[in-house]
Design a protein around this ligand. Structure first.
Ligand code: AMP
Length: 423
C-alpha cells in the first residue's frame, strides 16, 4: 500500500496539457531554428558516471560541491543525475570517436537537468534546458554564429527585452594571469571577507566575482581582466564583438562575467531578462576549447550555450506572450444510443485516417452531457449518431460556433468534414 497524499518532490513539477502545448511549441520552434543552422539533435542519458561532471565542471564549482544528485548505484558505481548538458555531450562525442574525425560537428539537445538547489521562483531541482554545441572551429565567427542561433531562437519565441552580456576569459594562460590578478587585487582587503569568500579567493578566485556581498562587489567592480589578457586574446574578442555589431546582435560588455563552470575559455556570455528578478539569467554559454582534451579526447575546440526553458516561460508570461493553447480535437462523435458506440468508434477512426483530431463518446449517457463534454474540450464540430440518422442514411453535424446543424450523406460526409475542418 502507498502512503496517502503522495506529492511531487519539492522543486520538481508536473506539466499538464494546459501548459504542455506551450512547452511543445517552444521546443518545436527551437528545433526548427537549430536545424536552420545545421544543428542536429543528440540525446544522452540522464544519468552518468560522476566523473563525467566532477572533472569537467571543476571540483570547486557550486554545481559539483553542492548541487549534484549523486549516489551509489546497485553495482557500487558513483552516478549522477546530469546537472547540465555539455559534459555529457563531450563524453558522448569522445566515446563515438568524433574527436578523431575532424570537421565541424553541430549538435543540439533538450531535456531535464537536475540540481539540488533550494527551490524558489526560477530555481528548480528538475528544470529543462535547450542547448547547442559546435565542435571543431576555433574561429571567432563560430562564437558569433552560436550567439546568432541563440538570438534567433529567442526571437522565434517572441521573447523581447532580453540583454546579451559578454566577456572574454582568454586562453588557459590568460586565465592563470587573471587568477593571480584577482588575488593580487583582493588580498590586501582579506580582512573584509567572510570565511566562505576567503576560501573562494584561495581555491578559485573567479568564483569570488559571483559574490553577492556588497563589499566584495565594490572591490571586484574595479577589476578588468583586459589588463592582463594577452593582446592576441583581446584581438580575438574584439573580432567577436565587431562581428556581433555587423550582424546587428546587440550586446553589453560585462568585465565581471565569468559563468559558473570552470571549463570556459575566451568568449563567455549570458542572456538576462528583467522579468526574472533575482535569478535573471535565461541562458548562457561560451567557448570551452580545453574540455574535449581534458576529458581524454583529441584536442577539439568548441563553443555552445544552454537556455533554461522554465525561465523562458516566466519571461514570456510577464510579456503576456506565452504561446496559446491551440490543440483541441476538431470533432466530437456523440451517440444517442449506446448501441451506436461501436459505429461511432469506426467513424472517429475514419476522421483520424484523414488526420482530423476526433474524440468519441464511450459511455451510456444523455446527449446533453456529451455536448457539454464537447464544449469543454473545445471541439468545433459534433457529429450525432442515432437511430434516425441510421434510418435516413445521413450524418448529422453541428457547428458549435454557428450552432448550425446539417445533414451530410454517407457518401460524402468524410470529404465534407475534411473541408469544414480546414476552413
Ligand atoms: P547554467 O549553465 O547554470 O548557466 O544554466 C543555464 C541556464 O539554465 C540558466 O541561465 C537558467 O536559465 C537555467 N537554469 C540553471 N539552473 C536552473 C535551476 N535550478 N532552475 C531553473 N533553471 C535553471
Amino acid at each position: 500500500m502507498c502512503p496517502p497524499n503522495l506529492k511531487a518532490l519539492g522543486g520538481t513539477s508536473d506539466i499538464f496539457p494546459s501548459d504542455s502545448d506551450a512547452w511543445q511549441q517552444l521546443e518545436s520552434l527551437a528545433r526548427h531554428t537549430a536545424h536552420l543552422y545545421g544543428f542536429r539533435e543528440i540525446r544522452t542519458p540522464l544519468i552518468e558516471e560522476a566523473a563525467v561532471f566532477t572533472g569537467a565542471l571543476g571540483s570547486t564549482t557550486e554545481v559539483v560541491t553542492k548541487q549534484m544528485y549523486q549516489f551509489e548505484d546497485r553495482g557500487g558505481r558513483r552516478v549522477v543525475l546530469r546537472p547540465e548538458g555539455t559534459a555529457s555531450i563531450v563524453r558522448a562525442f569522445i566515446e563515438k570517436g568524433l574527436d578523431k574525425t575532424g570537421g565541424l560537428v553541430r549538435l543540439y539537445y533538450m531535456g531535464p537537468m537536475f540540481r539540488a538547489e533550494r527551490p524558489q521562483a526560477g530555481r528548480r531541482r528538475q528544470f529543462h534546458q535547450f542547448g547547442a554545441e559546435m565542435f571543431g572551429s576555433a574561429s571567432p565567427y563560430s562564437d558569433v554564429e552560436t550567439i546568432a542561433v541563440l538570438k534567433r531562437i529567442l526571437d522565434s519565441w517572441g521573447l523581447t527585452g532580453w540583454k546579451l552580456k559578454i566577456n572574454s576569459l582568454g586562453t588557459p594562460e590568460d586565465r592563470s594571469r587573471i587568477l593571480d590578478f584577482i588575488r593580487q587585487k583582493l588580498e590586501p582587503h582579506k580582512d573584509k571577507f567572510s570565511p566562505e569568500e576567503l576560501e573562494r579567493l584561495e581555491k578559485n578566485p573567479l568564483r569570488i566575482l559571483d559574490s553577492k556581498e556588497p563589499v566584495c562587489q565594490v572591490l571586484c567592480g574595479a577589476i578588468d581582466f583586459s589588463e592582463v589578457i594577452a593582446d592576441e586574446s583581446l584581438d580575438r574578442f574584439d573580432q567577436v564583438l565587431r562581428t556581433l555589431g555587423h550582424m546587428d546582435i546587440p550586446f553589453e560588455r560585462d568585465p565581471l562575467l565569468v559563468r559558473g563552470l570552470d571549463y570556459y575559455t575566451h568568449t563567455v556570455f549570458e542572456v538576462v531578462h528583467p522579468a526574472l528578478g533575482a535569478q535573471d539569467a535565461l541562458g548562457g554559454g561560451g567557448r570551452y576549447d580545453g574540455l574535449v582534451q581534458g576529458m581524454g579526447g583529441v584536442s577539439t575546440t568548441a563553443v555552445g550555450f544552454a537556455i533554461g526553458l522554465e525561465r523562458v516561460l516566466i519571461a514570456l508570461e510577464a510579456l503576456k506572450a506565452v504561446p496559446a493553447t491551440t490543440k483541441q480535437p476538431a470533432v466530437y462523435v456523440a451517440t444517442t444510443d449506446p448501441a451506436e458506440i461501436p459505429e461511432g468508434l469506426l467513424q472517429a477512426e475514419q476522421l483520424r485516417e484523414r488526420s482530423i483530431e476526433a474524440v468519441v463518446n464511450l459511455e451510456d449517457r444523455p446527449l446533453k452531457r456529451q455536448f457539454d463534454q464537447a464544449n469543454k474540450l473545445g471541439c468545433r464540430f459534433v457529429i450525432v449518431r442515432g437511430a434516425a440518422e441510421r434510418e435516413k442514411k445521413v450524418v448529422t453535424v453541428k457547428d458549435m460556433n454557428s450552432r448550425e446543424q446539417r445533414e451530410l450523406t454517407q457518401a460524402d460526409w468524410l470529404a465534407t468534414m475534411a473541408d469544414l475542418v480546414k476552413e
